[in-house]
Design a protein around this ligand. Sequence first.
Ligand code: FES
Ligand code: FES
Length: 202
Amino acid sequence: MSRTDPAQHAAPATRTPITLRVNGTDHALRPDHRVSLLDVLREELDLTGAKKGCDHGQCGACTVLLDGRRAYSCLLLAVAQDGAEVTTVEGLAATVPGGGPHPLQRAFLERDAFQCGFCTPGQLCSAAGALAEAAAGHPSAATPAGALAAPGPVTLTAEEIRERLSGNLCRCGAYPAIVQAVTDAAGAADTAGGADAAGVVA
Ligand code: FES
Ligand code: FES
């Protein structure tokens, strides 16, 4: 009787060790290959700031900063993020030199830019990413043609803010106050000498 090669029938690996740096702390994890970054943040690291709204990349409630760029964490497989640096809303204040709260958090409070608050963590992380992108000169669909030719930071008009945050839905319709709050924070960054001075992750 022929012997069966055990390797041929071994169950495929379903977990792989990775390291994630989340809000300044390194975590050694072994996520199931099918699990999203959002689920790892919420269920393994108890960071429940990023919300699960649609789980399909349509609402922005799960937005975090991944290596400084905003991303929908529900669309990312955790296992593919080995070595990445993640900032969630819980870590946003710590990005401010000298301590928080982050200028965006302060502005959201002052402008009363939320109602139920479910979308707010994603709005804050997305806005932080948008400020950094504009400061780095990245254009959006709302950037005037004339400004495209001029290198340097993009001025965040209300139209720019609406366009750049269009991936973050608010079921309460707090949009006018959100735009005002981001405008305030963008102005604070300018006054302080750039987005970095406002503690925005580049
Ligand atoms: S939960 Fe990720 S985009 Fe809606
Ligand atoms: S404040 Fe309720 S969904 Fe935006």
